[in-house]
Design a protein around this ligand. Structure first.
Ligand code: GLN
Length: 496
């Protein structure tokens, strides 16, 4: 099996038995990036020298017998996480010149565990988007099919994992940005319970919704990384002060007696029939493993998109006020006075979608409209949470589609804002409620991957990963990779 098709556990075992070195593993992935990134545009920054130096350090640590658990695993970070000495752009011209003086908590935790960062991945500007078309650095291509979007906003991370340009990657999910690109690129992605992973050093979009998580090939890899990434951080005031479960220990629990809910409103109108069929097949699989399926109701879900598109822009308008040309990032040339500097620095630094959201958010928060929009949206948020709490009285997990359709063509929805916003119709509710949720690959439609969403109760990432892992023990969807990215050449094609 090629080096780039191995799971984390297989790599660790192979490194332990000296089948290959960390340097070989890292340079193999760096070569793949050199070969494919011109086409995919998944990475904004690649730090070859640093990655190889770290690989050598990890080879030494292994030889001396005191290597950390993930010593030598090559990963990539979404360019929203601050990395010391390496540019952190958040996909924006505003931060094209920004080099953070420190590492985000999640970056240092993964580094301490021995992983090696190959670089920073492309993303929608400030994580606003569902297609990666809003990046200052240009769109990312879906590795499965030329001219198709990879999903967003963590599209670079998802494409890099799917094309085997790293073993795993970090992402963030404010309304679906880990799960939606995971679904569209045929990989596994999990957004844990709000607060499970520290937000310190993660550039803020909408702070009450933002949550980091891993994008991986399998649920097992996700469990391994989530254990490392999670945990209380005094530097983040919303960090959960709770014991982190050993997610890897419950992967093999039996599904007998597990109660899985599905919401009828998620099916039918607006959902592609291929996705619906793939979910039906997955449901049969769960039933044959001993789980029972029952219908649940989430009546307030229909208000999720409008509520989200008030709350997220409102918080974004406040969070992005710090980019004023003074403290961070882009400053315009020759300002005539302070107002001119603010106005031009922000006009030049931000892209169209970001500006639009700042305007919507500022409007929603303005004195005369606060009650009509922001307060109302917060009330809807509570109703959505209550729906979930009621559903979790009778079921352990909730499944459904991750996205209404598979990946679409680059440019296809750029002029239709509502269509674009509807991409997150199934994912946004768990952000509004703060619940953990994952997407796993369950099939293909016209050569493009289909994702299944699994939502869990608060703090119960373990059950999500258990169900996902058991499914992946019986199916091979998560093992498929686009054959395009062998070093022999880039011919987008699909392995059946
Ligand atoms: N597509 C949603 C948005 O544009 C979600 C993005 C995200 O989760 N970061 O806001």
């Amino acid at each position: 099996m090629s080096l780039h098709e191995k799971s984390i556990a297989e790599i660790v075992a192979a490194l332990d038995s000296k089948k290959f070195s960390c340097r070989e593993l890292v340079s193999h992935h760096l070569d793949r990036i050199t070969e494919a990134n011109g086409y995919l545009n998944a990475y904004i920054t690649v730090d070859r020298e640093k990655a190889l130096t770290q690989a050598d350090a990890m080879d030494k640590a292994r030889a001396s017998g005191n290597a950390p658990i993930l010593a030598g695993i090559p990963i990539a970070h979404k360019d929203i996480f601050c990395t010391k000495d390496i540019k952190t752009s958040a996909g924006s011209r505003m931060l094209d010149n920004f080099i953070a003086p420190y590492d985000a908590t999640i970056v240092s935790k993964l580094k301490a565990a021995g992983t090696i960062s190959l670089g920073k991945t492309n993303m929608d500007e400030f994580a606003m988007g569902s297609s990666n078309e809003n990046s200052y650095y240009g769109p990312v291509t879906n590795p499965w099919r030329k001219d198709y979007i990879p999903g967003g906003s963590s599209g670079g991370s998802a494409a890099a994992v799917a094309a085997r340009l790293c073993v795993a990657a970090t992402g963030t999910d404010t309304g679906g940005s880990i799960r939606q690109p995971a679904a569209m690129c045929g990989i596994t992605g999990i957004k844990p319970t709000y607060g499970r992973i520290s937000r310190w050093g993660m550039i803020a979009y909408a702070s009450s919704l933002d949550q980091a998580g891993p994008l991986t090939r399998s649920a097992e890899d996700a469990a391994i990384l989530l254990e490392v990434m999670s945990g209380f951080d005094p530097k983040d005031s919303t960090s959960l002060n709770r014991q982190v479960p050993l997610f890897t220990q419950s992967l093999n629990n039996s599904l007998k007696g597990l109660k899985i809910g599905f919401c009828k409103e998620h099916f039918g109108k607006g959902l592609s029939s291929d996705i619906e069929n793939a979910i039906d097949i997955a449901i049969k699989q769960f039933e044959s493993a001993g789980a029972s399926i029952q219908e649940i109701e989430l009546p307030s879900s229909k208000f999720a998109i409008p509520a989200y598109y008030v709350i997220a822009p409102a918080e974004a308008s406040a969070n992005l006020s710090r980019y004023d040309g003074v403290r961070f990032g882009h400053r315009c040339e020759n300002p005539v006075d302070l107002a001119d500097m603010y106005r031009r620095s922000r006009s030049e630094g931000f892209g169209k979608e970001v500006k639009q959201r700042i305007m919507v958010g500022s409007f929603a928060l303005s004195a005369g409209y606060y009650d009509a929009y922001y307060r109302k949206a917060q009330q809807i948020r509570r109703l959505i949470k209550n729906d979930f709490l009621a559903a979790f009285e009778s079921v352990d997990l909730i499944i459904g589609p991750t996205t209404p359709s598979t990946a679409f063509k680059i440019g296809e929805k750029s002029d239709d804002q509502i269509e674009m916003y509807l991409q997150d119709i199934y994912t946004i509710t768990s952000n509004l409620a703060g619940l953990p949720a994952a997407s796993i690959p369950i099939g293909f439609s016209k050569g493009l991957p289909i994702g299944l969403q699994i939502i869990g109760n608060y703090y119960d990432e373990a059950s999500i990963l258990n169900l996902a892992h058991q499914y992946q023990q019986e199916t091979n969807w998560h093992k498929m990779s686009p054959t395009a990215f062998s070093l022999e050449g880039i011919q987008p094609s699909i392995k059946p």
